[in-house]
Design a protein around this ligand. Structure first.
Ligand SMILES: [Zn+2]
Length: 258
């Protein structure tokens, strides 16, 4: 019991630190900037941020959400992304039974890409190739490693099936109705399919369900008109998370109903 709590705290803190890097990616990738240099700076006054002002969540609270130099408000997005990353890492660790599993690194990679892509899609209404192009082969390699570790080639075959189940229908939709769906959505669904296999169908079900409800809510609230584009990436990510954590249960429930 003591070890589980200790390991959970370490995984949560690791998630916060990765979340801090996610924020760098969310800000810099749409700007076409390098992820590695320069060091973190305030987007307003451009002054470098000292390490003690760059501690995930805690620095935001200590600084009361303002830059130490210029006093400009820091977007609430920063601590929220960090916290979300920490909680997602902890959830993956719990899902895998609080112990080392071959799936741990691949699933942490999955939730990290989902968080970064959702935040970028919400901000910029686009899913960047700079994230998706390296992530798809990396995801395949990661699930290939899981298949090797488990000596179960079926795992990799299900990843390939999931890639097609996720990518092909949305790619066709994007070609047929270019105003609705984007190719970025197809790449994201292909990516999540690698990890989810046939449960990508569960992901799609919840992506379209929450996407239509969310879109409707935004139109009713007057935030979007019927013609404006509502980013679908966050809903694909939400569906993928539901499928990752409860896919088996939901698929069984559905099959029992039939
Ligand atoms: Zn500043």
């Amino acid at each position: 019991m003591g070890w589980k709590i200790y390991a959970s705290v370490v995984v949560f803190l690791f998630g916060l630190v990765v979340g801090s890097f996610d924020n760098v990616a969310v800000y810099r990738i749409p700007e076409g900037m390098s992820l590695w240099s320069p060091r973190s700076f305030c987007p307003h006054c451009k002054s470098q941020i000292a390490w003690y002002d760059n501690i995930p969540v805690f620095s935001y609270v200590l600084l009361r959400g303002r830059c130490r130099r210029c006093g400009e408000a820091i977007s609430l997005r920063y601590p929220l992304v960090e916290l979300a990353s920490g909680l997602l890492f902890l959830s993956v660790f719990a899902k895998l039974g609080f112990g080392w599993r071959a799936e741990l690194v691949p699933y942490l990679f999955l939730v990290t890409v989902l968080l970064v892509v959702s935040a970028i899609d919400l901000r910029e209404q686009m899913i960047p190739n700079r994230v998706m192009y390296p992530s798809i082969p990396l995801g395949l390699a990661a699930m290939g490693a899981v298949a090797l570790a488990r000596s179960d080639g079926g795992i990799f075959l299900r990843s390939l099936a999931g890639l097609a189940i996720g990518g092909v229908p949305l790619a066709l939709l994007a070609l047929l109705i270019p105003r609705g769906m984007g190719m970025g959505d197809a790449k994201l669904a292909a990516f999540t399919g690698i990890f989810l296999g046939y449960h990508q169908l569960v992901a799609f079900f919840f992506a379209f369900l929450t996407g239509s409800l969310g879109g409707l809510a935004m139109i009713v609230a007057g935030k979007k008109s019927r013609k404006s584009r509502i980013p679908f990436g966050p809903f694909l990510a939400l569906g993928a998370l539901i499928a990752l954590f409860w896919g088996r249960t939901l698929a069984d429930l559905y099959l029992n109903l039939l």
